[in-house]
Ligand binder design. Sequence first.
Ligand code: UT7
Length: 433
Amino acid sequence: MAEPNHMSLELPGAQNGAHPSSENGTAPALPDEGRRYAQIIGWGYAVPEKVITNQDLEQIVETSDEWIRTRTGIEERRVAADPKETTATLATTAARRALEVADLHPSKLDLIICSTSSPEHIFPSTASIVQDAIGAVNAGAFDLSAACSGFVYALSMARGHILAGDAEYVLVLGAETLSRVVDWTDRNTCVLFGDGAGAVLIAASQVPGGIIATELGSDGSGADLLTIPAGGSAMPASLETVSSGNHFIKMDGKAVFRFATRVMADATKSVLERAGLTPEDVDLVIPHQANLRIVQNSVLKQLKVPEDKVFVNLQKYGNTSTASIPIALCEAIQAGKVKPGDKLVFVGFGAGLTWAACAIQWSVPTEAAATDWWKNTRRQAGYQAAAARSMWRRAVRWVYHVWPTDPESGALPGDEGIKEPETAVNGVRHSEE
Ligand code: UT7
């Protein structure tokens, strides 16, 4: 992952990461009374250790390394082999790394959005589980479902919250363990997908740039082209849905391929137009890492973006769905391909059908800076404290359950000691510094 880095980004009314607050409860006073921008100030990713190569897959289904390489570009993928490794644990690791890069305390987060198609449960949200694990005691949290386009959808939501003045810091996660919902006897799909998670931390800033434009789209008439048919209200889980394999991914690969090559190019064009840019202005395109041929037929051929301006790492991870763009972003940063002033495009497509693109003017330094050992120690202690806090609250709830008390009061003992004092600003809770 990207090494820790100290940001020089000046945040509105929030020197050293402090929240803006206002004594009379009105909107935070911005020094230039002007525009807010949504800047990416932290990033991180996590992938399982277990590598499954194309040769490994030759032992499982009737396929070949040659077919997978030439038809997709994929050479290997990561799979969460340990049952304890889940979408939330991968997302939590990625989130902690993003917070570390930005040197931000989790209690400063206002919102956590987790895009995923392989959540821990239908509910509660995976985002809430991550919120608890990182100790983001002041953050709202929800999951977002837009399949492989979800991460860019989530960036768009985060930007909207920030530009509206409803949040100062938003953590955006893209996390998947698709290996748990792939049919390992279906060669049409099992060779494609992999597990992983990526995170970016978005902050309100007065520095112009950041996420400058977004483009979202959907065509539900193609809903059946890529789907997990069972487990929802249309086909609730039953013995029959399990025995017929309807809880696994089903895909019409050819139709999705055709759709993808068209929308990747169209969405990129639209978002660049909104941002007032042309393909020539773009320093780096980070496409959804599904299939090398889709990237070649859309971004390279149709938009004529040169190969060295398109970041591809799908050979190592396969298609990690909504996690693919943030993982690729982290690796692009690691490879020195992202610098302040650069113009980036993220573009994705997926089930829904959906598509999404965003244009970004990168504004923060990306080179690694040494972290103080004591900061690392403090951070680790913070996560231990978050785990202890979570256990304490569960224990107290259990006591309440077996020993009912005053139903009028919803507060748990210890709440006063845990929560930071708060003020309401624009309907968003802010901690007082
Ligand atoms: O995040 C979004 C997720 N979805 C996607 O990105 C999927 C987009 N689609 C694709 O990437 C491609 O359509 C695939 C990689 C899924 C398939 O490539 P294709 O070139 O469209 O192959 P095809 O489906 O037309 O299949 C060609 C042949 C078929 O055999 P026949 O009927 O010609 O004898 C398939 O049965 O390849 C066969 N085939 C395989 N052979 C070896 C399909 N999968 C495999 C396999 N190994 N894994």
